[in-house]
Ligand binder design. Structure first.
Ligand code: 2RA
Length: 332
């Protein structure tokens, strides 16, 4: 296929390039798009130099698939232009995720909703993605009622400048101005994305809305706190999940072990549980610390970790493209 990566020099864009190589993704022509100031600059990939091109040039080349990893504003303007000429857009921004006419897809959960007429497909936010990966199989069995989530998110979730902030602080030479409103090394910042009038952040509300949309169940109650932590890669979350029906821990573990894309790491005798240093550079979602909440019935505690740039963004997007191709849903 002819594949365009919009935002090729960003963190998700670079991860997409790694995945194309690792998965031997069948690309006949690769169109790498970056901001106007980088147009014409070379980018080295698979033993050769590619030239970064503009959105206009990519559009004129009529790609089969365009994976957008840029801001929502660019996506709102450009995704429809690509869709109009038959390109299938897989979008990583917030632009289309909650729009009722567009699908929010995690292939292991709801790829079956896709058809050849879906020309703009939304990729979920990284934290919602790893959450639903672990919960969808349990929701099918026991029916989720309420989720209480605390998420501990790595600096790669907020871009190159915030990685620089962490690394420069760690070296003892903090840069000014800093990317976050506070130091991040040796600190935690309970603030991801903008605050809303109700006191929650947009990141926390994404967990509420996207979880319901992907699991196709508006009745699930969700409340979340999102915290930035001095970790380079891999978002973690502590989840308290209340179900309608009771479960056995044995069956929960068995179900999670059998679910594609999940790895259960839960051997407390050997101090084995998911951690960002294990999940980083892996495509799976890791689940552990699986235990009953003894304070109320039918309630489970879980600890979930995934590489936010991989399954949380690039891997999921590539899996959507792979699915569409296998179903012969792509044109151009
Ligand atoms: C973050 N989860 O890490 C967000 C990215 N959408 O900032």
């Amino acid at each position: 296929m002819k594949l365009a990566i919009i935002g090729a020099t960003g963190l998700v864009g670079s991860t997409l390039l790694k995945l194309i190589e690792e998965r031997q993704f069948p690309v006949k022509e690769l169109l790498l798009v970056a901001s106007e100031n980088s147009e014409g600059q070379p980018i080295f990939f698979k033993d050769r130099d590619y030239k970064l091109i503009s959105l206009d040039t990519a559009l004129a080349a009529k790609p089969t698939v365009a994976i957008f990893s840029v801001g929502a504003e660019i996506s709102l303007t450009w995704a429809p232009r690509f869709a109009e000429i038959g390109t299938t857009v897989i979008d990583n921004s917030t632009a289309w995720r909650m729009h009722p006419n567009y699908k929010l897809i995690v292939p292991e959960i709801n790829a079956h909703l896709l058809t050849a007429s879906d020309k703009i497909i939304a990729n979920p936010n990284c934290s919602a993605l790893q959450l639903v990966m672990a919960l969808a199989p349990l929701h099918r069995l026991y029916q989720l009622k309420r989720l209480v989530i605390s998420t501990y998110q790595a600096v790669t979730g907020s871009g190159k400048a915030t990685i620089e902030q962490l690394l420069s602080e760690r070296k003892g030479t903090p840069q000014t101005p800093s990317a976050y409103p506070h130091p991040i090394d040796l600190n935690l910042i309970p603030h991801i994305d903008d605050f809303l009038e109700n006191g929650y952040t947009k990141e926390e509300i994404k967990l509420v809305n996207e979880t319901r949309k992907i699991l196709n169940d508006e009745s699930i109650q969700v409340t979340a706190t999102a915290v930035r932590v001095p970790v380079l890669g891999g978002h973690s979350m502590a989840v308290n999940a209340a179900f309608e029906q009771d479960f056995s821990i044995k069956e929960v573990i068995q179900t999670l072990k059998q679910s594609p894309g999940l790895v259960v790491q839960d051997n407390i005798q050997e101090s084995q549980y998911p951690m960002p240093i294990i999940a980083q550079n892996r495509n799976e979602v890791f689940v552990g610390r699986i235990r009953r909440d003894e304070s109320q019935r039918a309630t489970l505690n879980l600890w979930i970790v995934a590489d936010n740039l991989r399954k949380g963004a690039a891997t999921n997007a590539i899996q959507i493209a792979e699915y569409l191709q296998a179903q012969h849903y792509l044109s151009n």
